[in-house]
Design a protein around this ligand. Structure first.
Ligand code: FAD
Length: 562
């Protein structure tokens, strides 16, 4: 059996190696347009910033090592230019010599990835404007950014690659501005959770220009001027364009294969395209979003690798299916981590789902053991079925582990209340006896059974200010005097609340805030059992302050940390 693979990185290399492990006789050839195979795309920004110091670490595999270990022919610098489905042939161009030839296949795997989006804006072809996808791109950016001649950079796009590049260019000592069209970084997050990352990036000296649209680029004597709609242009020595990726489906389209959303390649669960002898995997294909059940583009390394394996299994005659992804992902932002899976509020609303949300601010490990840091978790669940719809976590420590537990629970179809029962490993340096994930289960149970009612940041503006409700802060006086929500004028510390109940106007609902949401929960339990209708502020004052400062502190929105 002759198997030809187009693209030799995450999906393609994974498919090739699995197929060889299943079939010693297959003739497997990979054609890869760039000069490298199976390289570490996800490590590219960290080579630019210098955390990964040797280029060789990014390119551990070579055509020779692949041949030796797997007996697979790898042709780098070879572009597949057309597919003839009737003849079962591909047209290949050796980019170095320009020689074009035909190669036969019995089975073809398309793993061509995606292309960085380059909008048709004036000046977009400037040599000072870079995109990052391949090792070659990386070497170009590293050479200029670390040359010592470049002092400033603009990153356009606040997605994964934009945020990672902003961090790594800062690590090189450049002055970095990041332009983002939306009001927050990282689309899988809601703005409230992103506010923590905004503050951290500003603190690290990244100038964030949110809600700004780029209209064009103009070369100047010294660099590049990035023009913005309705604002002053931003000048820098170089710019990185990271506004998203587009599935690389040119070949599939020309060959008449069925396409999915945004011209992605449509595949079934066996990773087969509309032609049963052609498989497709990775960033180029549409897969099932396991939360909505709808086709989705989930351009991540984990799904690409797993899909490569599934395609190889099926070619080798094994039963194997890829059933979809909730888009579990994690990202380093200087000293912080952000992780998410499933739907955020915006996506849940767009899908028309009736959801309930939990926001908690637990510590990463037991408070008495040094080094614990608070994280913020938002979890959405279906009001009716209690199915977990998505989670977002930001913090400094232990974020990835909690997200992975929640993602696993989602995949297993566990209801939100089951999180309280999960038997998770505990010792003080790692967690608390009630892990943050267990806490989500406890809070969910309290909400579902009516033991606690929550109110959220967006509710505060609509709370009556005519005295018909009581707005209460139950932190200590010292904490309260360091900062409090504007309308929360009454401060009764939790530990004196039982003695001071008479100070609360009888018969009026009480809205309570504390630092993290725990003391206010205890206060609500006291108040409810004393006849008050009580609402607990989800996430606590630290959450309130982060979102509020991000929205209203005009100085911090542009110049903090610079
Ligand atoms: P790729 O790995 O991109 O491989 C496709 C290959 O096909 C390319 O090398 C291309 O040259 C080749 N090709 C295309 N067309 C042809 C043709 N006609 N002929 C021959 N060859 C062709 N994901 C994560 O999950 N976590 C991360 O931290 C993360 N970080 C990332 C950081 C960066 C800078 C980038 C660029 C991506 C990152 N990703 C991350 C995404 C992840 O790398 C991709 O989802 C994954 O590599 C997709 O695998 P793929 O096989 O579909 O495509």
């Amino acid at each position: 059996m002759k198997v030809v693979i187009v693209g030799g990185v995450a999906g393609g290399a994974s498919a090739a190696a699995r197929l060889r492990r299943l079939d010693e006789q297959a003739q497997i050839t990979i054609y890869e347009r760039s000069g490298y195979i199976s390289y570490a795309n996800c490590g590219l920004p960290y080579y630019i910033g210098g955390t990964i110091q040797k280029q060789a670490e990014l390119t551990l595999q070579t055509p020779a090592s692949f041949k030796k270990r797997f007996n697979i022919e790898v042709k780098v610098g070879h572009e597949v230019q057309a597919i003839d489905r009737a003849k079962k042939q591909v047209t290949v161009c050796d980019l170095a010599s320009g020689q074009v030839f035909q190669a036969d296949y019995d089975k073809l795997i398309l793993a061509p990835g995606a292309q960085p989006v380059r909008p048709p804006l004036p000046g977009v072809d400037s040599p000072r404007l870079y995109t990052l996808r391949t090792v070659e791109d990386t070497l170009r950016i590293r050479e200029i950014a670390a040359s010592g001649q470049v002092k400033s950079a603009v990153v356009i796009g606040g997605g994964f690659i934009g945020v990672e590049m902003a961090e790594n260019l800062r690590e090189l000592g450049l002055a970095v501005s990041l332009i983002q069209r939306e009001n927050h970084l990282l689309a899988p997050l809601d703005q409230d959770l992103a506010s923590f990352l905004h503050a951290h990036m500003r603190e690290k000296g990244v100038k964030l220009l949110l809600e700004q649209s780029v209209t064009g680029f103009a070369e100047t004597e010294t660099g590049l001027s990035v023009q913005l709609a309705g604002s002053e242009p931003v000048s820098a020595d170089m710019a990185i364009l990271a506004i998203g990726v587009q599935p690389e489906s040119t070949l599939a389209k020309a060959a008449g294969l069925e396409l999915g959303p945004k011209d992605s390649i449509a595949v079934n669960e066996q990773m087969q395209t509309s032609d049963p002898d052609i498989y497709a995997v990775g960033d180029a294909v549409a897969i099932r979003n396991t939360v909505t059940g709808q086709p989705a583009l989930i351009a991540l390394a984990g799904p690409a690798n797993k899909q490569g394996r599934v395609a190889a299994d099926n070619i080798a005659g094994l039963e194997s299916r890829y059933t979809g992804s909730p888009g579990s992902s994690v990202l380093k932002i200087f000293e912080m981590t952000a992780a998410f899976c499933g739907l955020n509020e915006q996506a849940a609303q767009a899908a028309g789902l009736a959801y309930e949300k939990l926001i908690i601010s637990p510590a990463s490990h037991a408070a008495y053991y040094p080094g614990g840091r608070q994280m913020t978790i938002k979890l959405l669940f279906d009001k009716q079925t209690e199915k977990i719809l998505g989670a977002q976590i930001v913090g400094f420590d232990g974020v990835d582990k909690r997200l992975d537990v929640i993602a696993t629970a989602m995949q297993a179809g566990l209801g939100v209340r089951t999180l309280k029962e999960l038997d998770l490993a505990y010792a003080p340096p790692y967690s608390s006896a009630k892990d943050p994930v267990n806490m989500l289960g406890f809070v969910a149970e309290n909400v579902i059974t009516g033991k606690v009612k929550h109110f959220f940041y967006e509710d505060i503006a609509n709370l009556p200010k005519d005295g018909s409700v009581t707005l209460l802060d139950v932190r200590t006086q010292a904490e309260y005097s360091r900062g409090h929500a504007a309308d929360f004028k009454l401060n009764l510390p939790l530990d004196s609340l039982r003695e001071r109940l008479a100070e609360l106007p009888a018969g009026k609902p009480v809205y309570v805030m504390c630092q993290t949401g725990i003391r206010s929960y205890i206060a609500c339990r006291i108040l409810q059992q004393n006849g008050f209708d009580c609402f607990n502020f989800a996430g606590g004052y630290r959450f309130y302050a982060s979102v509020h400062d991000d929205q209203f502190d005009a100085d911090c929105r542009t110049d903090c940390g610079l």
